[in-house]
Design a protein around this ligand. Structure first.
Ligand code: 25A
Ligand code: L14
Length: 339
C-alpha cells in the first residue's frame, strides 16, 4: 500500500483474460491507487487501455512485484508456479487464474457466490477455478443446498477464447481461408476448428479423460466441499468465439421439480433464468458474451430418472469464467478485510 492506496498488478495483461481484467477493474471502480500491467519481455512497452488512462506494459519480474498488494495472474501455469510464491513471500496477495495451484490443499478455490468463506484462511495465494467449473457451480450450488447432489453428468461446448488470443485469431483465419477455397491451417488446435467440434481440451490422461474433464470433476468437488460427489464430464471445443455452454444432467438426493428449480435459481445470486422454450427463449453464447451473469434454461425433469434434472448453462468464459470472477474474489477479500 502506498500513500495513494492499494497497488494492484495484472500479470499476463496483454492476453485475452488480462485485458478483460483491466477493463473490469476500471468499470467496477476497484479501489486501486496504482494499477500495473505486467507481461513477458515480448510485450514490454506495449500500451493497454485502463479506463480513461493508458498503461505501459512492464516485464513480470520479482522486482516488478515489489510493493504490489494484489496481483491478478493470467499468464499460464508455468508463470504462476514461478512467480506466485515469490509474490506471496513479498507480501502480495495473488489471485491466480491458471490451473497451477487449484488443487493445492493450502489454496482456496473460490467462486464468490458459492464458497466465499473459503477465503478466510488464505495464505496469500487464491485460485480462480476453471471457466467451465465456475459457471456450473454457480447454478448447482442452490440446488445442492436445497436437495443435495448425488451425481453430475456434464457435456461442454467451449468457445475458442478459452485458449487465448491466438486461438481467437485461428478461428477467424480458418473461416476466412475456407471461404476463399484455401486449406485451413491448424496451429493452436490439433485439427481444423472452423465448422467442426473437437472432443479434446487440454491433454489426455491415463484414464482416457482429458485434463479439462478432470479439472471439472476435481474442482467441483473441492468448491462444493463434497469429495464423494460423482461427477463425469465430456469437454468439447466448438467454433464459437465467446461464451461456454454446458448440458448438465444431475441426480439430486431429494425430489426437486423443474418448477421448484426455476424459482430457486431465479432467486440465487449471479444467475439469470431464461427458460421459455415455446417462445424460443433459452440461453445462447451470442447473448451471454459481454455479460456478467450465468444464464440457465431448458430446465426439465429427466424422464429416465427418479430425482433427475436437465439444465443448459451458458456464461461468458472470459468474464465470469476468468476475469470477472478474479475481480469478484478481490472485492470479497476487501469486504472481509483480508487484503
Ligand atoms: O497454463 P494454463 O493455465 O493452462 O494457461 C495457458 C494459457 O491459457 C490462457 C492464457 O492465454 C494462458 O497463457 N488462460 C489461462 N487461464 C485462463 C482462463 N481461466 C486462460 N484463458 C481463459 N480462461 P492468453 O493468451 O489469454 O494470455 C497469455 C498471457 O500470458 C502472458 N505471458 C505468457 N508468458 C509469460 C507471460 N507473462 C509474463 N511472463 C511470462 N513468462 C502473455 O503475454 C499474455 O499476456 P505475452 O507478452 O507473452 O504475449 C503478448 C502477446 O503475444 C502473443 N504471443 C504469445 N506467445 C507468443 C506470442 N506472439 C508470438 N510468439 C509467441 N510465442 C499473445 O497472444 C499476446 O497477444
Ligand atoms: O484451466 O478453453 O483455466 O483452452 C485454460 C484453457 C480452461 C480452458 C483453465 C481453454 C483452462 C481453457
Amino acid at each position: 500500500m502506498n500513500d495513494r492506496g492499494l497497488v494492484v498488478a495484472v500479470a499476463g495483461a496483454t492476453g485475452a483474460v488480462g485485458r478483460e481484467m483491466l477493463k473490469i477493474l476500471a468499470a467496477r471502480n476497484f479501489p486501486a491507487g496504482t494499477v500495473k500491467a505486467l507481461a513477458s519481455a515480448r510485450s514490454v512497452g506495449k500500451e493497454l487501455p485502463f479506463g480513461k488512462d493508458t498503461l505501459v506494459v512492464e516485464e513480470l519480474t520479482e522486482d516488478a512485484l515489489t510493493g504490489v498488494d494484489l496481483a491478478l495472474f493470467s499468464a499460464g501455469g508455468e508463470t504462476s508456479k514461478k512467480f506466485a510464491p515469490l509474490a506471496a513471500r513479498a507480501g502480495c496477495t495473488v489471485v491466480d487464474n491458471s490451473s497451477a495451484w487449484r488443487m493445492d490443499p493450502d489454496v482456496p478455490l473460490v467462486v464468490p457466490e458459492v464458497n466465499p468463506e473459503a477465503l478466510d484462511n488464505h495464505k496469500k495465494i487464491i485460485a480462480n477455478p476453471n471457466c467451465s467449473t465456475i459457471q456450473m457451480v454457480v447454478v448447482l450450488k442452490p440446488i445442492f443446498d436445497e436437495a443435495g447432489l448425488k451425481r453430475i453428468v456434464v457435456s461442454t461446448y467451449q468457445a475458442v477464447s478459452g485458449s487465448g488470443q491466438k486461438a481467437i485469431e485461428e478461428l477467424q483465419e480458418q473461416i476466412r481461408a475456407l471461404f476463399n477455397m484455401q486449406e485451413p491451417e491448424p496451429k493452436v488446435y490439433p485439427h481444423q476448428i472452423a465448422f467442426n467440434c473437437l472432443p479434446h481440451i487440454d491433454d489426455f490422461l491415463d484414464n482416457d479423460y482429458s485434463k479439462e474433464e478432470m479439472k471439472m470433476v476435481n474442482e467441483t468437488r473441492k468448491i462444493l466441499g463434497d469429495e464423494n460427489l460423482a461427477v463425469t464430464a465430456t469437454t468439447v471445443r466448438v467454433p464459437v468465439f465467446f461464451g461456454h455452454s454446458e448440458a448438465v444432467n444431475i441426480e439430486t438426493d431429494t425430489k426437486l421439480s423443474a418448477k421448484e428449480a426455476r424459482v430457486l435459481l431465479s432467486q440465487a445470486p449471479g444467475i439469470t433464468v431464461l427458460d421459455n422454450p415455446r417462445e424460443k427463449i433459452y440461453p445462447m453464447p451470442i447473448h451471454a458474451a459481454g455479460e456478467d451473469e450465468t444464464f440457465v434454461g431448458r430446465i426439465r425433469e429427466d424422464i429416465s430418472l427418479e430425482n433427475g434434472l436437465d439444465l443448459w448453462i451458458v456464461a461468458d468464459n472470459i468474464r465470469k469464467g476468468a476475469a470477472l470472477n478474479a475481480v469478484q474474489i478481490a472485492e470479497e477479500l476487501l469486504r472481509r478485510k483480508l487484503l
